[in-house]
Design a protein. Structure first.
Length: 199
């Protein structure tokens, strides 16, 4: 079999509207990475895209806090974002911590977790931001009180987006870390005029 023998769609089923939205969100994030957007801006974009894909009022991202046993909600977008931004939860006693430690997504009603009592009692989907080497944080999409949980197809799209987003953000941070800010950072010795003493 040669490359020409592969039928169209052999990699997977044709894309639908949800696939198209996810791909558009991923390309927007790629563009932001290419443009050198700082980490806070990239994560804000991830939360905004997830909120739009899930059609929910609030999305947020929790990252490891200075205390190794805690997660802190660093990014929050949408209704009530000011109520949760800066909130810290214990890794071992919260749904956020469970997802962070297990690397597995979780769908639940927020009322079941007293550590997130500042949030409305709506359905929540929590996804690991996993780079393939480590989980860097968790992404959560919160629906309004009384709403049905995310459909399986929407949850799948968000899981795929979270996976892509984590890898893109990690790529951006790796690239940033690889670019020396000063010549000395890369052990580069500046050129000296002939006969000049070395620094």
């Amino acid at each position: 079999m040669t490359g020409d023998d592969l039928r169209p769609g052999a990699w997977g089923p044709p894309s639908g509207a949800e696939d198209a939205r996810r791909l558009a969100a991923s390309f927007d994030l790629m563009t932001a990475v290419r443009d050198g957007t700082p980490l806070h801006g990239l994560l804000t974009l991830v939360a905004e895209q997830a909120r739009a894909m899930a059609a929910v009022p609030l999305a947020f991202i929790a990252l490891p806090a200075e205390d190794a046993l805690m997660l802190r909600i660093e990014i929050a977008v949408g209704a009530g974002s000011e109520r949760v931004r800066g909130l810290t939860v214990r890794r071992g006693r919260s749904m956020l911590g469970r997802v962070f430690s297990s690397h597995r997504a979780l769908s639940a009603r927020i009322a079941a977790d007293q550590t997130l009592s500042a949030l409305p009692a709506g359905p929540i989907l929590i996804l690991p931001l996993d780079t393939g080497e480590a989980t860097r944080g968790v992404l959560a999409a919160l629906g309004p009180p009384g709403a049905a949980p995310c459909s399986p197809s929407t949850a799948r799209q968000l899981l795929l987006f979270a996976d892509t987003a984590a890898r893109l953000v990690q790529l951006a941070e790796d690239r940033r870390a690889a670019v020396p800010r000063e010549p000395a950072d890369a052990d580069v010795i500046p050129l000296q005029p002939p006969g000049a003493p070395r620094p």
